[in-house]
Write a protein that binds this ligand. Sequence first.
Ligand SMILES: [Zn+2]
Length: 198
Amino acid sequence: MCVDLHLHTLYSGDSSITPRRLVETLHAHSFLKTIAITDHNTLEGYHHVSKLATAYSDILVLPGIEASTPYGDLIIVGTEERPPNPALPERLIEFAKDRNVVTIIPHPYRAPSGLGDYSRHLRPTAVEVYNPTAMPIQNRMAQRLAQEMKLPQIAASDAHTIEDLGAAYTKIRASQNLDEILKAIRNGEVQPSQKPKT
Ligand SMILES: [Zn+2]
């Protein structure tokens, strides 16, 4: 199954994706039916999208957040609870572990919001090794980081416009179910993927 674990709606403040357009696009999409909404420091967009998605049996929307920390961004996927803010990455990872949900280090080497080498002090669930908004060298460094830390590797679109949706995604060995998806990410049953060039 293909999952986009990192994208933004209007509620991020820097994205043009409306909840309605998002669910309509997913419903029409040939293979991307499962996404995590990871707005900056808010779950409001998630609530709007998941409410609209209840009308479509093919779409699964996972709760998520891209939390800002003094060292860089950290993504939490799997809980509707608001994480502490402000918080250090260590505290956010603890918050996620207490709730049995996952953390992902997005674009670790993309300036200015990547955690960079600070990631090496952390114990996240996974690393985003391909992000279309990062430069190729930054993605290669992210991949090396994940290899060295022996962590599962994911890819995501980080979409801020509807056209960017699905530019990258993760193939996950799970059925369309939140707990199964979280478990598969933890177990590394994931494969970072990019939209084939046409
Ligand atoms: Zn993002």
